[in-house]
Design a protein around this ligand. Sequence first.
Ligand code: NDP
Length: 447
Amino acid sequence: MSHDFDYDYFVIGGGSGGVRSSRIAAAHGAKVGIAEGKHWGGTCVNVGCVPKKFFTYAADYRPSFDDAEGYGWRAENISFDWQKLINNKNTEIKRLNAIYDDLLGNAGVTRYEGYAAFKNAHTVIVNGEEITANKFLIAVGGTPRSPFYEGAEYTHNSDDMFALPTLPKRIVIEGGGYIAVEFAHIFHGLGCDVTITYRKAPLIKSFDTDIAQFLTSEMEKQGITLKLKTNIEKIEKNESLSVTLDNGDVIDCDVVLSAIGRIPHTNNLGLENITLDQTSNEQIKINDDYQTSMPHIYAVGDVSNKINLTPVAIAEGHILADRLFGTSEERQANFDNIPTAVFSNPQIGTVGLSEEQARDKGYDAKTYQSTFKPMRHALSGRDEKTMMKLVIDIKTDKVIGAHMCGADAAEMMQGIGIALQCGATKADFNRTIGIHPTSAEEFVTMK
Ligand code: NDP
């Protein structure tokens, strides 16, 4: 290790990727510093996965109250307290922030609370202090993309949703991706009038088309208003907000959430003082060793041009620390079959290839599909269905894609993901005995 620098490894960004990488590097004996400008734990813990899941749980209660009546319950005088949800969520997140801070401290990582900016290739400035390091990791994540149209200043982004002072009565959500459909479920579940505007159709277009169309129609059935193949033209502020679409429709609402993707959070990082190759979307280009175009500067997570998911950033940060400072075998991860979920209603769980991707990749693919009313709704009376789909490579009989839109899809797909890692065939699925009565058993009985 070099003794000419303050640190062997300096990590910029205390989110999922940065925290894991700095802890592991320190455990391997490196002298490690880390800078975080806002909150330990980054997007996932503070304004992403974690609070989103709390809000999702809150939203899930409402249909459950209705469902329970079919089972003999009578749920009367139900009320919802937005401020209580926000306060309880904040308390839990403060606890998690402290845990992250402790984990770093216990690992012997020196923490800096402030934004770091490169002064030159081996120096960053944090809160006016110059810090040098032999190697750097950029793990600064992403930030919501801002829209550009008249009145764009009246929009909120997903970060803002976790601290809204009051629950809106009417909300317009712009976008058709993960964040748009998840917040549509949250606000619909909490009793708001929800409209989604999306420039294409169906929603969540990047998923298997059958699953995307199924979710789109289930959401519409619940009473979420969909304005597909439309763009927002302008927003005007009177007593409320008036959103004008390019098809001439005008929607009055209290809040507009713009969820049109995220961009790397690279501003104020001093990138003008070093030379890193970036994509046209400002993502930092990295090679298979997480190395940027400057070999001693690395990047992982949402700031890079790889997959943008928390568990991916954690795995990348861990592998990188093992490679740079470890002596034994590095952490293994397969980034090919990454199970993922969308916490919409119904949920989506997916792993492997969609039918379209399989055909694009040249597979001779066969699909199995099942749409059914889950047993729970036999008595609840709720008109909600579940869809499952398997994509099979005819040549090998291997299951190369598994997709579900229905209750508990996220929980189910982790196990199916292991099966795909092991190269399970449709015959393997068929000879697995189902768990009865569950929705999951449908995955092993599809004919
Ligand atoms: P997504 O990339 O999922 O979706 C962005 C949406 O915005 C798309 O529908 C896109 O349309 C639309 N869009 C993009 N640019 C414009 C524009 N200029 N005008 C109008 N619409 C536009 O991004 P999200 O913001 O929903 O989420 C960001 C990332 O966060 C995700 O990619 C995911 O990696 C991560 N995430 C993961 C979650 C999970 O794992 N459950 C949950 C939430 C976020 P089009 O389809 O036409 O391109």
